[in-house]
Design a protein. Structure first.
Length: 591
């Protein structure tokens, strides 16, 4: 089925234009009929208006705690113990206000941040249904974090998912990728077209079975950063994967599965293949059922810089575990330098989709940010000031990170790991950039009736990842300053993700009272389980409707559909889960 030419975004966070083709399209053809809603738009609107919206899991004791209340006549609310049915806290509701992007009636806020006694509770307000129950305790997000991280195990390529690690989601191994062909677009004299190489392991990128270096880059970075910034949290954290209980923390064991795939994507000359996919989208089938030929396609500057950054970072992060991984760190750093050198010599090798290929493009023609990021990682790892000079050469403005916009990753690494080796004036300049960005996010949530740092430009394909990457920025500002306003802003974003939003959904599979049951994820759709793989963050609402499904609401903040059909709002990807893992680790370690 031909899609509209008004798509300019893929399964990542990028701007969405009204019309025009783009090399950044990762849209899939529609493979199901448009869903038929059993609830009328009027009934949906009525349900939305009578529900109290709040974080469906709960709250850390010393955190902001806010629920959104429909605009009822009552001016007060009660916090009720679900165990005793007794009122434990009373408060005044805020005045009514509205969120223009949601296109709905005014709402009020119930703020019970001052209550921190651990237990199980619900909110009661006259004129509206009681809220769902939620918990207040120090470990309220522990299981969520572990499931969000374990998603990567469930999305491993080239490995059987077995008991007891896979629970009910066991499956056969798919895509061993030991006989991968070199596509003509990636061929060289040393490896002419149809040369066969081995490129196993790695994570499936999203709902499909492709493996993409540029999206793998930010995903792997974010997980490595979670460990590098919060090592104590991960010291004894067991998420029940086959490598658990060895000498390496589970988050690094899981990330290693993808790092070892990335190594195989480097050509003999140091350049890096852009992606490994079939020529066309796979069908609605389990991984082992997809027997199509697989290819490495394209060789690009962007992919080379992503590999240079990630392997340079890995070389230092795994240093404490060198005895378990002999010679690995040295090999990674050698590969990183080779990829950097190739990119410097080939600065304009952009991805162009071949005519016989229709898998995701992940095209990018603005690469100053990738050069700056790779230079920053190489500098922090090697302490070679020539790389710092390269960072300064390519340094540009800061924005919320996404796979195509990685300038913030360089800033993050230099601020979190470089204070002792960077000139104090330079370091303060970097810190000023970070805090300026974070302060803007604080103002956004203070001005929002839902207390969340989201604006019109955030409601794109993968809006939930845009939100969580903002939370990542805020948590890092909190680490740099110890100012609570930044942590409060991050917590309010997490509340939005977990149910305090106009859709009433907690956007993580398996966590909350109302969660996605039909994500655009081939394994979850093709297996025999009713429940999808848990811990997956879906993309979230936006008004693009590229999949042509039957959406009830047109407003960007409410235009979400829990259906396999909706790849534009209900797909999952590795780069969306990664900031969820990071933010949860940060909150657990700082509580």
């Amino acid at each position: 089925m031909n899609l509209t030419n008004c798509i300019t975004i893929l399964s990542g966070v990028l701007l969405l234009s009204a019309c025009g083709s783009s090399s950044n399209d990762k849209s899939e053809p529609i493979t199901t009929q448009d869903p038929v809603s059993t609830v009328t738009p009027e009934e949906q609107q009525e349900l939305s208006n009578v529900n109290i919206k709040l974080n469906q899991l709960g709250f850390l004791p010393n955190a902001d705690k806010v629920a959104i209340i429909p605009n009822v006549e009552s001016t007060t609310f009660e916090l009720v113990s679900s165990e005793t049915d007794s009122v434990v806290f009373e408060g005044n509701l805020s005045g009514a206000s509205s969120w223009e992007l949601a296109g709905e009636a005014k709402t009020k806020q119930a703020d019970f941040s001052g209550f921190n006694t651990q237990g199980t509770y619900f909110i009661r307000v006259s004129g509206v249904n009681d809220s769902s129950t939620f918990e207040i305790n120090n470990h309220v997000y522990s299981s969520l974090h572990d499931a969000a991280l374990k998603f990567y195990y469930f999305n491993r390529a080239s490995q059987e998912i077995i008991e007891p690690y896979g629970e009910q989601w066991i499956r056969a191994a798919g895509h061993l990728d030991q006989q991968v062909k070199v596509h003509a677009s990636a061929a060289t004299e040393q490896r002419p077209p149809l040369t066969v190489i081995s490129s196993p392991k790695g994570w499936y990128d999203a709902g499909d079975y492709g493996k993409y270096v540029v999206n793998s880059g930010i995903s792997t970075y974010t997980l490595l950063a979670a460990y590098e910034h919060f090592p104590t949290f991960y010291q004894d954290r067991n998420i029940t994967i086959p490598e658990s209980n060895d000498a390496i923390p589970d988050i690094l064991n899981e990330t290693l599965w993808n790092l070892e795939w990335l190594e195989t994507m480097q050509d003999l000359d140091g350049g890096v293949y852009h992606k490994l996919t079939t020529l066309n989208w796979p069908g609605l089938e389990m991984p082992d059922e997809d027997q199509r030929d697989r290819y490495v396609i394209g060789k690009t500057t962007a992919a080379s810089l992503n590999l240079a950054a990630v392997l340079a970072m890995a070389s230092r992060v795994y240093e404490p575990f060198e005895s378990s991984l002999p010679n690995k760190r040295e090999a990674w750093l050698t590969s990183a330098k080779a990829a950097w050198n190739w990119a410097v010599e080939n600065p304009n090798e952009y991805y162009q989709q071949p005519e016989d290929v229709s898998s995701g493009e992940y095209g990018d023609i603005v690469l100053n940010d990738e050069f700056a990021w790779a230079a920053a990682e190489l500098f922090i790892t090697t302490k070679d000031v020539e790389y710092l000079k390269q960072f300064q050469k390519y340094r540009n403005g800061q924005s919320v990170p996404s796979w195509a916009s990685v300038s913030y990753l360089a800033l993050s690494t230099l601020l979190m790991k470089g204070e002792d080796i960077i000139d104090p004036i330079e370091f303060q300049s970097l810190k000023t950039d970070q805090l300026s960005l974070a302060d803007n996010l604080v103002e956004q949530y203070k001005d929002n009736s839902y207390r969340v740092s989201l604006v019109t430009s955030d409601f794109v394909w993968g809006s939930n990842a845009a939100a969580l990457n903002k939370a990542l920025i805020l948590m890092q500002a909190n680490q740099l300053t110890d100012e609570s306003k930044y942590r409060d802003g991050a917590i309010n974003i997490l509340d939005y993700i977990l149910g305090r939003n106009p859709t009433d959904y907690s956007f993580v599979t398996g966590f909350g009272d109302k969660t996605p049951m039909n994500p655009h994820h081939r394994v979850s759709e093709s297996d025999n389980n009713i429940e999808p793989v848990p811990g997956m963050l879906v993309g979230g609402p936006h008004a693009g409707r590229q999949d042509k499904c039957n959406y009830v609401f047109l407003e960007a903040v409410k235009s979400y559909l829990d259906d396999w059909c909706s790849f534009s709002t209900n797909e999952v990807t590795i780069n969306w889960n990664a900031p969820l893992v990071y933010v949860l680790a940060a909150l657990n370690e700082t509580d």
